[in-house]
Write a protein that binds this ligand. Sequence first.
Ligand SMILES: O=c1[nH]c(=O)c2ncn([C@@H]3O[C@H](COP(=O)(O)OP(=O)(O)OP(=O)(O)O)[C@@H](O)[C@H]3O)c2[nH]1
Ligand SMILES: [Mg+2]
Length: 199
Amino acid sequence: MSLKKLNFITGNQNKLAEVRAILGSVIEVDNQAVDVPEIQGTIEDIAKEKARRAAEAINGPALTEDTALEFHALKGLPGPYMYVRPTSLGAVTLTQTSKSFLDTLGHEGLNKILDSFDDRGAEAVCTFAFCRGPGEEPILFQGRTKGAIVRPRGPTNFGWDPIFEHEGKTYAEMEKEEKNRVSHRYKALVKLQQWLGHQ
Ligand SMILES: O=c1[nH]c(=O)c2ncn([C@@H]3O[C@H](COP(=O)(O)OP(=O)(O)OP(=O)(O)O)[C@@H](O)[C@H]3O)c2[nH]1
Ligand SMILES: [Mg+2]
């Protein structure tokens, strides 16, 4: 099967811009902002179910992505639950009002959680899932970037970018091109790109 374009299902314009910046020269990236429920579970469970549901919703091939931010001192929390939407799967949800750790606590609150720990280490995790169509098993591509949680520095237009420091700079302080060479999303897309090369 040769893929001429990817249909990236996301409502997040920042994600879409980064995916197009990284993959744009390799393959066309279409977008549909279909709201896909996110279940509770491991990062992998959530990512796969998101792609399955997206493929069903659009009745065709769908690419989705789920991002997690893991605090080492909290043994991986908040992880994929940085942002949680109600799910229609019947699973227990953390909230019914789309409130996220970030929305609720802000950059300062997320920092304060870690002030009582020695370890401010964190890992940004990006998991793309590609599902060929309804009923098909999704394939995962995951990238991880290590960093630390710091007081906010840099522009505040994308989520937790200002508090995630990687090699001396927060993501927000980096030029877009720089973030897109080291980020969790970039590393996941390298894997996706390798896979595309074999299709
Ligand atoms: O500072 C950031 N730098 C990043 O690189 C990044 N990637 C995702 N996020 C945020 O982390 C949560 C994940 O939730 P998430 O994966 O479900 O995304 P989403 O709901 O915004 O979009 P989608 O589910 O429609 O694709 C959301 O609050 C995103 O804004 C990031 N924040
Ligand atoms: Mg989401």
